[in-house]
Design a protein. Structure first.
Length: 208
């Protein structure tokens, strides 16, 4: 499922940041914003902002800036975030349960509609609203509900096997919390979230 025009992954990340900045501006009743102001809010240089926006076409009027609502809508359309997208979660341990209980995803256009786990009966510390299904039902659920994205919060020992099942079922995007480099076909995109690596990175910069 590749886009007709490829946008670099780092630019995609920055577009997501711009979108959140624009949404905050909209909520504050601000209708236009300059490239300098938007770049500062996003933590990038104005030249980088303008370069990233060229992937979307021509925006902005010299002396007037960007139309906040138009730019936000355009970015959301390109990122596929203009309508609520169904997502599943696999691995309902402590982290998985916390993510299921978090309601902020829906405000950003994503809804975790179901979870899957090897042990659906185990006691969990939080009350969650999503149904938890056994792994045997994963393939049929994904196909019947048109799910293209999944959050993976299983142990590293099970991550590749579960990923194989997700890919086979038709999932094209995986947010991976397992500390493992997953092997997937070229058309499948994996974003890795490794908290230990992020902490190590911070540790380097705070050393005396």
């Amino acid at each position: 499922m590749k886009k007709q025009t490829e946008i670099p992954r780092k630019a995609i990340y920055r577009l997501s940041v711009y979108l959140r900045c624009l949404q905050r501006l909209k909520s504050n009743g601000i209708r236009t914003v300059s490239s300098d102001a938007l770049a500062k809010a996003a933590g990038v240089k104005p030249t980088q902002l303008r370069k990233d926006l060229t992937y979307l076409g021509q925006f902005g009027t010299r002396g007037l800036g960007y139309d906040v609502e138009l730019l936000a809508t355009t970015i959301a359309d390109r990122l596929g975030a203009n309508s609520l997208q169904p997502v599943i979660l696999v691995g309902v341990g402590s982290l998985g349960t916390a993510l299921l209980a978090y309601r902020g995803f829906e405000r950003e256009g994503f809804e975790i509609i179901a979870a899957f786990d090897a042990d659906t009966k185990r006691k969990r510390t939080r009350q969650i609203s999503q149904p938890i299904y056994p792994m045997e039902k994963l393939r049929s659920f994904v196909r019947e509900n048109g799910v293209k994205m999944a959050v993976l919060t299983v142990p590293a020992t099970a991550a590749q096997e579960v990923t194989n099942h997700l890919v086979d079922a038709g999932v094209y995007g995986i947010l991976n919390f397992a500390p493992l480099v997953l092997q997937v076909p070229e058309e499948v995109v994996v974003n890795n979230v490794n908290l230990a690596i992020e902490l190590e990175n911070l540790s380097y910069f705070i050393q005396d």
